[in-house]
Design a protein around this ligand. Structure first.
Ligand code: NAX
Length: 329
């Protein structure tokens, strides 16, 4: 196998929980392939505890002796972290504190993404792709994209892949089949409990999932509920939010976005697809065209139930956009 030139991958919140799973997957080759060396450019906040923790993670990465890890930059300066970056994975954000409303969270995190979007636009590589994981992911992604002047909106996507993976497993368990039998399950809307896992188009062993499962009540009720509230269920069980599964979903998101022909769920500027407000970033099925680029897959039929679900999640995205409108460039 001939080695390619190293690409620069910036990761924010690199000393956090997700970072601790994610960085090792990137450095081992799971995200970009076994012939693609990487230079990790890791951003944390300018607080001693965070930077110390980041140093510790970097020591462990060193101790893995990953052949594909061609360098690391550890910094609290976004300009250094995003300098020449080909991929910017925006994981870091503030968690919701005690007594904090969702609107406060939007405002607090919005400021981070205004700045990071602007700096990425100024210093990242010509071909940069940006993926937002930090919550509220869809709206943070919109904020970052709207702060950019040089980069087109299509370069910015937010992660809903964890929701897709969760939905796939729930369908497989219900049908008593392996997860690989479940295909064409895509997530629409916000990465929040309002999201819609569109079971109407899913297939199990090549047949419509609705027929195989034969229980519309379960699909419309428990299935949507379990997928939408899975994050809270993980917190209740583990005492901490999803981390390894979120890192894994980001590996899937980026890998599929680098694989022409793949159809998968990512949140992108809707441009009005499936009735979403044109300016919001909504989870949608996309087909990767060339590495890092996609087209939205249009034409999936939506029945009354699906249309109602799409309306609800769209309304929430529009409300989030209204809450942060003073920050939008
Ligand atoms: P942690 O709190 O463990 O780590 C976040 C890290 O980000 C911390 O080390 C913090 O110092 C750093 N940070 C904060 N502000 C920063 C800034 N301005 N620049 C650089 N670093 C900064 O959280 P973790 O569990 O790793 O989760 C990270 C984010 O992912 C959270 O916002 C979380 O809500 C979100 N999630 C999103 C998911 C999705 O599917 N889109 C699923 C998992 C996860 O809940």
């Amino acid at each position: 196998m001939t080695m390619k030139r190293a690409i620069r991958v910036a990761v924010t919140g690199a000393a956090g929980q997700i970072g601790y799973s994610l960085l090792f997957r990137i450095a081992s080759g799971s995200m970009f392939g076994m012939d693609q060396p990487v230079i990790l450019q890791l951003l944390e906040i300018p607080v001693e505890k965070a930077m110390k923790a980041l140093e510790g993670v970097a020591m462990e990465l060193d101790d893995c002796a990953f052949p594909l890890l061609h360098g690391m930059v550890l910094t609290d300066d976004p300009r250094k972290a995003f300098d020449g970056a080909n991929w910017c994975l925006l994981v870091g954000s503030k968690p919701r504190g005690p007594g904090m409303e969702r609107a406060d969270l939007l405002q607090e995190n919005g400021k981070i993404f205004v700045e990071q979007g602007r700096v990425i636009d100024e210093v990242a590589a010509e071909d940069v792709r940006v993926v937002v994981v930090g919550n509220p992911a869809n709206t943070n992604c919109m904020i970052a994209a709207r702060s950019a002047r040089r980069l087109p909106a299509e370069r910015f996507s937010a992660m809903v892949r964890l929701d897709q993976n969760r939905a796939q497993t729930q369908l497989a368990k219900k049908a008593g089949v392996l997860v690989s039998e479940v295909t064409e399950i895509y997530i629409y809307g916000n990465h929040s409990p309002t999201m819609f896992p569109a079971f109407g188009h899913a297939k199990i062993g090549g047949r419509p999932a609705v027929e195989v499962i034969g229980d519309r009540g379960w699909l419309e009720g428990e299935f949507c509920e379990v997928v939408g509230k899975r994050g809270a269920a993980i917190i209740a069980a583990r005492g901490a939010s999803s981390a390894a599964s979120a890192a894994n979903a980001l590996v899937d998101h980026v890998r599929d976005l680098c694989t022409p022909g793949k159809v998968h769920s990512i949140a992108v500027k809707s441009n009005g697809a499936y009735g979403f407000h044109p300016d919001v970033w909504a989870g949608l099925p996309v087909r990767t065209t060339t590495p890092g680029s996609y087209e939205v897959v249009l034409g999936f039929e939506m029945d009354d139930f699906a249309r109602k679900k799409l309306e609800v999640t769209n309304r929430e995205l529009v409300e989030e956009m209204e809450t942060v409108k003073a920050m939008l460039g």
